[in-house]
Design a protein around this ligand. Sequence first.
Ligand code: UTP
Length: 468
Amino acid sequence: MDYKEAFEKASKFGQEHIFQFWDELSKEERESLLKQVNEIDFDEIESLKKLTSKKEKANPDPKSISAPNSIKKEKIMKSEKSTYEQGVTTLKEGKVACLMVAGGQGSRLGFEGPKGCFPISPVENKTLFQLFAEQILANQKKYDVNLQWYMMTSVANNAQTKEFFEENNYFGLDKKQIHFFVQKMLPAINKEGKFFLKTKSEIFTNPNGTGGVYSALKENGILDHAKKNNIEFFSFVNVDNPLVEIFDPAHIGLVKERNSDYSIKVVKKTNPEEKVGLICNVNGITQVLEYSNISEELTHEKNEENDLLLNLANLNILIIKRDFIEQILKDNLLEYVVAFKKIPFISESGELFQPDSPNGYKFETFVFDVMPLTKNISIIEDLREDIFAPVKNAEGVDSPLTARLLMNRKAKKWMLKAGFDKEIVDHIDFAEISPLFALTEEDFIEKVENKIEFYENEMIAEENFYFQ
Ligand code: UTP
């Protein structure tokens, strides 16, 4: 596409201002702006504009909201062993793949580079990517299977993510089993429907949200690859939760047994006021409701067991059936939502302007938006402390520090369960158990049995089990 064509295309949609600094641009900058204009689907943005004038959906009538059924993982582990065993078999048959979303901008963390490259483990400072790679390696060994790792990145971090894996020799995995694929970016618009310039030669765009994963899977040939490789289920996880159990046989078994097309792992809310999305039934249809969509009274309502009635917090830990994704894409049922956000931009005078209040609309979709379209959803409840250590903010809640403390707490919990002396465990500053040492508490207990005295006397760790 040359300048004339690009200018015409932009002008047709009232976006010609994106060329206002054209005369100042270098050859490379001009080329990259032309490429960006070529890639943008202006018609799509035109139709998305309608969303900005749509009235916010009214909150659902509290009477229509109820708590969905869920099963506790503990129950499966204790009394429904056959479900667990089905999960193990499904895993061994190679029918489950990891689907990780790592295309976010990580703006709250403020880390230069892809979030997965963030060093997080409490003793060895291993990165998020390394910990996940170790988890996949350990599962491969335990279940004697080759596991695929599909990773969604964004235009902004794809090259760096790939380089990071290359530099680290794929952390011992085979390069062929890790598949990076890029999600779509969409331009944001201001109140007048105009694009923002991020620099003089670049239109501001943002990744199209976690829900972008569905079309990205198709457009990048991942669905076909998964089908050819006999993969029935995607285990969907975020890149920013080092405690997530990517392949949980109890969860996989539940999905298999119930023939679920979509399954969600939840934890209890920490307190009624916690600002999380909640899994609810609205007129019998299971979906995520934001805390702000639920009345104060219902937020605090208790059930017969004196637990909060609406108590199932969404963590974006899912198992999604490949067939289901194919179906929703065929029917084209995903809808964008709009978010009003602060977007820095280059002003007409060529200076960077940092707004202090929201000034533009970003379009995105969420991975859970498709929940109402499922035919057979299942919900498993796990313990927060075992599976959730989000790395969202640079400091304070859900930060690297809280994640390290949670990882440390889990390692120490396993040590105590295995029979380590409490005084000694309390004395240790930080403990870290790599998935390569043990994937589960039971594996850990088995592994250290008969060696506890040695560890306690020597106070030295071995490979993949560290304390200091
Ligand atoms: P968050 O919604 O927490 O966003 O993403 P984020 O981009 O990591 O951080 P902020 O909001 O800018 O601070 C949850 C998960 O979804 C992925 C993220 O990489 C993270 O694993 N994600 C988010 C995508 O893959 N694509 C997106 O468009 C948005």
